[in-house]
Design a protein around this ligand. Structure first.
Ligand code: SF4
Length: 91
């Protein structure tokens, strides 16, 4: 079974009112933006017309973006509230 197949078993409860990750939309460091795009295992970061674009739906809460950003492109990172976020089913 592939990693993508296993991820397909996970369930998500998305907070529709507040993202647990806040990005700096005015951040234009192309090298960091590309690192975020390449590093996110859920493919939630995108490079669009020189800007960093992010959607928190489907976040695996791995923390990789927080570590590699150094507080620049990613302004804040916290776990989702209460029973929200990812629920892993295949390890
Ligand atoms: Fe992507 Fe992991 Fe950051 Fe979530 S925590 S946005 S899955 S890198």
């Amino acid at each position: 079974m592939s990693v993508d197949d296993k991820l397909g078993f996970d369930k998500f409860v998305t907070d529709e009112h507040e993202s647990h990750i806040q990005i700096n939309e005015d951040y234009h460091d192309e090298a960091e933006i590309k690192r975020l795009v390449m590093a996110c295992p859920a493919n939630l970061y995108h490079y669009d017309d020189g800007k960093l674009v992010f959607s928190h739906e489907g976040c695996l809460e791995c923390g990789t973006c927080r570590v590699i950003s150094g507080g620049k492109g990613v302004k804040s990172w916290k776990h989702p509230k209460g029973a929200m976020g990812v629920e892993f089913h295949q390890g």
